[in-house]
Design a protein around this ligand. Structure first.
Ligand code: SAM
Length: 272
């Protein structure tokens, strides 16, 4: 970890979640205008769709240097290797929470090794954006949108247990309900030998300064209300490791992490 960053960089990183909340707020009036007098859940769905249509591409830009090598199998113990350490994403792929389809262009790079993609996305308000990305990236004959949350996947009957070669979760395990239970449930969809590609933001680890962990918990009191239910303080690595028996767990903080991150990430591949 670097300790040479300027106070301004540190300050900017610390206030980043507040700026993000403010940015999200600016989309609320338009969402209200579009959905009034519909239900609160319709408003929340429209608000997140509007917000993510703007923010999604920015998030992709900053996460691409991590996510593209991850899906290529080039990441191990949080660092980039010149040759693959894991197989690239392939076979039947379950993409959880694809949102506006920011990773469809990346998935299309692996198209020749992908049989089909099931995009489990409950926010129907964002489906038109997702569909346009699927079309733009020539994935129409491979990509199926499953219009439900992970918690309803079993009852939807759309995905068989032990039928999935690759699960992909990019910045979405923070948003699902009952994460511990639903991560366990997702594990059951993987074939033996199947791989789970993970890039998520998580709660501060024991190495973080105490004040930073407290700051993250305080931010988390308001954050989910503005960012589509996203939670900042989830122990996702623990729940992933405990989801079931794994053949191999290669999940770490990215090599270039800095100590003052308010939203530390984990990255890696778990193999069943
Ligand atoms: C922060 S966004 C990330 C979207 C996308 N993965 C990306 O990187 O741009 C989180 C996504 O998880 C989705 N989500 C929320 N609840 C979910 C659930 N119960 N099951 C599956 N996805 C869910 C949201 O609708 C949203 O699209």
């Amino acid at each position: 970890m670097s300790s040479s960053d300027s106070p301004l960089t540190i300050l900017n990183t610390l206030i980043f979640p507040l700026k993000f909340i403010f940015l999200s707020l600016t989309y609320l009036p338009r969402a209200l205008l579009l959905t009034f007098p519909s239900s609160l859940s319709t408003l929340q769905s429209a608000w997140f769709s509007l917000f993510w249509s703007h923010v999604g591409p920015l998030v992709r830009e900053s996460a691409s240097p991590s996510v593209i090598p991850l899906l290529s199998g080039l990441i191990t113990r949080g660092s980039l290797k010149p040759t693959p350490v894991h197989p690239a994403i392939s076979g039947t792929v379950l993409e959880l929470g694809p949102g506006s389809g920011q990773w469809t262009s990346t998935l299309s790079r692996f198209s020749s090794n992908i049989t089909k993609i099931l995009g489990v996305e409950p926010n129907t308000g964002i489906h038109p954006l997702l569909r346009s990305q699927i079309k733009k990236n020539n994935l129409e004959d491979k990509y199926t949108i499953v219009p439900c949350g992970v918690e309803d996947l079993a009852s939807s009957g759309k995905v068989e247990k032990e039928s999935v070669d690759s699960i992909m979760t990019v910045l979405c395990l923070c948003s699902i309900p009952e994460p511990q239970k639903n991560i366990k449930e997702l594990y059951t969809y993987l074939k033996p030998g199947g791989r789970w590609y993970v890039y998520e933001h998580v709660k501060q680890g024991p190495e973080a300064p105490r004040w930073l962990a407290i700051y993250q918990s305080v931010l988390n009191l308001i954050w989910p209300h503005f960012i589509g239910g996203c939670e900042m303080c989830r122990d996702t690595p623990k729940w992933l490791k405990e989801a079931g028996p794994w053949g191999d767990i290669d999940l770490s903080r990215p090599e270039k992490s800095v100590w003052y991150e308010t939203m530390p990430n984990v990255i890696g591949v778990l193999t069943k």
